[in-house]
Write a new protein. Sequence first.
Length: 100
Amino acid sequence: MFAVIKTGGKQYKVAANDVITIEKLDQEAGAKVVFDEVLMVNTTIGAPTVAGASVLAEVVEQTRGPKVIAFKKRRRKNSRRKRGHRQDLTIVKITEIVAG
């Protein structure tokens, strides 16, 4: 059984015991999380979500993504700008899919 959930503005196809990396959630490691925005369960497609369906997960850890460098240079102008960015991420393990 699989489901498509929406969190952090993105969609993820998940199944039981999957470990996925999503946008940061304000939860500690070991906390239980319920995703209510389920767009699809197996062949049942929601309009826009499947009524009564939810996905249960457990937060594994809070982490940060790889460093991304944004470098801008204007030639012959002695102008440079270098900025770094690391996205905050949450690693969750899907424990159960509850179909409505």
